[in-house]
Design a protein around this ligand. Structure first.
Ligand code: ZN
Ligand code: ZN
Length: 195
């Protein structure tokens, strides 16, 4: 999975997003910076595997949407909500709530770049475990994610980054084609309605 570090060049203040594993590598990524926040897109085990060690090593405060604590039991220092603004030195991150893959997923936007967790990947949405979660995912993608400008770069929790513009046609073709009521799991935009 992907861990991201967001750094303010002017102050050398940093934030770690989703410390999933490999504490040594994460701490090397932030070497020489003042780590003052650990931001969690969501609380799946593969995104928080190094959380306790990174927290102990940095003393940074953990930010998470409260619905994630309810579902997964991961504790935090500061609750996140849609519309919150997080500062990292002189940089400002906007928090965007994108439920679907999990109930408390938060994306972090820095100008035209957005860390999206498992909200969307190149080629398809994050995995879902029920038709209700898949329906919520599609609602979030239609009403929030694909409202972002085409040049928006998204940085997911797994795999390569993409742009909203390059994903839009495949997503819209899938949405226009409709899907079976019980569809969920590992869906791609190439999934046909009969699958
Ligand atoms: Zn996940
Ligand atoms: Zn994940």
């Amino acid at each position: 999975m992907n861990t991201y570090v967001i750094l303010c060049d002017e102050t050398q203040t940093s934030a770690i997003v989703d410390p999933g594993d490999d504490t040594d590598t994460i701490l090397a990524m932030t070497d020489g910076t003042q780590v003052d926040k650990i931001l969690l897109t969501h609380a799946h085990a593969d995104h928080v595997g190094a959380l306790a060690e990174v927290k102990a090593a940095t003393g940074a405060a953990i930010y998470l949407h409260p619905a994630e604590k309810e579902r997964f039991g991961v504790t935090f220092d500061h609750p996140l909500a849609d519309g919150d603004v997080i500062t990292i030195g002189n940089a400002r991150l906007d928090c965007i709530h994108t439920p679907g893959h999990t109930p408390g997923m938060i994306c972090f936007r820095l100008d035209h770049r957005i860390v999206v967790g498992d909200t969307i990947f190149v080629g398809g949405p994050g995995r879902t475990w029920s038709p209700q979660e898949f329906a919520q995912t599609m609602k979030t993608l239609q009403e929030i994610v694909f409202q972002w400008p085409g040049e928006t770069e998204f940085y997911p929790g797994h795999g390569p980054s993409g742009t909203i513009g390059r994903e839009r046609a495949d997503f819209e073709a899938f949405a226009a084609g409709g899907w079976l009521d019980d569809l969920h799991g590992d869906v791609t935009w190439q999934s046909s309605p009969s699958q």
